[in-house]
Design a protein around this ligand. Sequence first.
Ligand SMILES: Cc1cc2nc3c(=O)[nH]c(=O)nc-3n(C[C@H](O)[C@H](O)[C@H](O)COP(=O)(O)OP(=O)(O)OC[C@H]3O[C@@H](n4cnc5c(N)ncnc54)[C@H](O)[C@@H]3O)c2cc1C
Ligand code: FES
Length: 272
Amino acid sequence: MELQKSIDTVKIVTVEKVIDETPTVRTLVFSDEFLANVMPGQFAMVWIPGINELPMSIMVTQDKTKAAFTVRKHGLASTALYSVKPGDSIGVRGPYGNSFTIKEGKLLIVGGGTGLVPLMRLATFLKKTDEVTVIIGAKTKEEVFFEGLANDILKQNKHKVVVVTEDGTYGESGLVTDAMQRLLKENTFDAVYTCGPEKMMHKVVQLATEKKIHVEASIERMMKCGMGLCGSCCFGDVLACRDGTVFTGQYLLTNKEFGYTRRSKSGILENY
Ligand SMILES: Cc1cc2nc3c(=O)[nH]c(=O)nc-3n(C[C@H](O)[C@H](O)[C@H](O)COP(=O)(O)OP(=O)(O)OC[C@H]3O[C@@H](n4cnc5c(N)ncnc54)[C@H](O)[C@@H]3O)c2cc1C
Ligand code: FES
């Protein structure tokens, strides 16, 4: 009953803490027991009063009563959300969407930018016996975030965090998929999980599939209702908000939109 209310109704919450992750990314922490305990991959719709409503992955915190969003300032709505101060109110509804399947064994997590948000929550769901490698991608050193958090969440696991920057100012130089290709030559994995820019995820899915490794990706599409009513998140023959956002590589490689096209705010199919 209470969960249904959380899904149907916009709740007004007060932002309690704002954490600067990078010069363009902030984490906003607020109290909400439902959103604090969602499955990895689930998202909420976030209303920035007077501006717009945006889909946001729900970030993990160390407190089971606190939820968070980690937002990169980009256009009007995300910049308004990024600019929220402690004490300000935002509206939230959710959780929506499915979640990553929890596999066991040797696991590879590949994240780019704010795509790391659902992957950090996923890491908290893994067994301590799993051997986990996390690849974190960013354009440049100052845009790297969650390296310390990933190490902290996985501290009881045998694990490795590999940071890759496009300009080579920190960690390995290149793209996350370069690091993934190298790791696939040296290791075997039981499952790969990815979230980030779609071109990146497309390559990750291809690389894992070539090696016959189970792979799942969380995709983004334009979302308005978040619950399968409006059709704005149409993704080939499925709705990203209702049928995803997490899909298997096996399905994604049959969806001709994946990695190539998406719908604009007015529903027009455009190239990536
Ligand atoms: C399931 C999901 C989870 C997300 N999680 C995060 C997150 O954790 N952190 C984060 O910073 N961003 C996240 N995003 C992206 C975020 O919702 C916005 O797309 C992004 O912040 C840009 O919004 P804007 O209005 O500022 O930009 P604008 O300049 O208005 O739009 C730029 C582009 O952003 C995308 N966009 C804008 N509005 C929406 C919308 N309602 N739904 C989907 N895409 C939209 C479109 O591709 C658009 O072309 C997520 C998106 C989805 C679908
Ligand atoms: S956002 Fe409305 S159907 Fe998915």
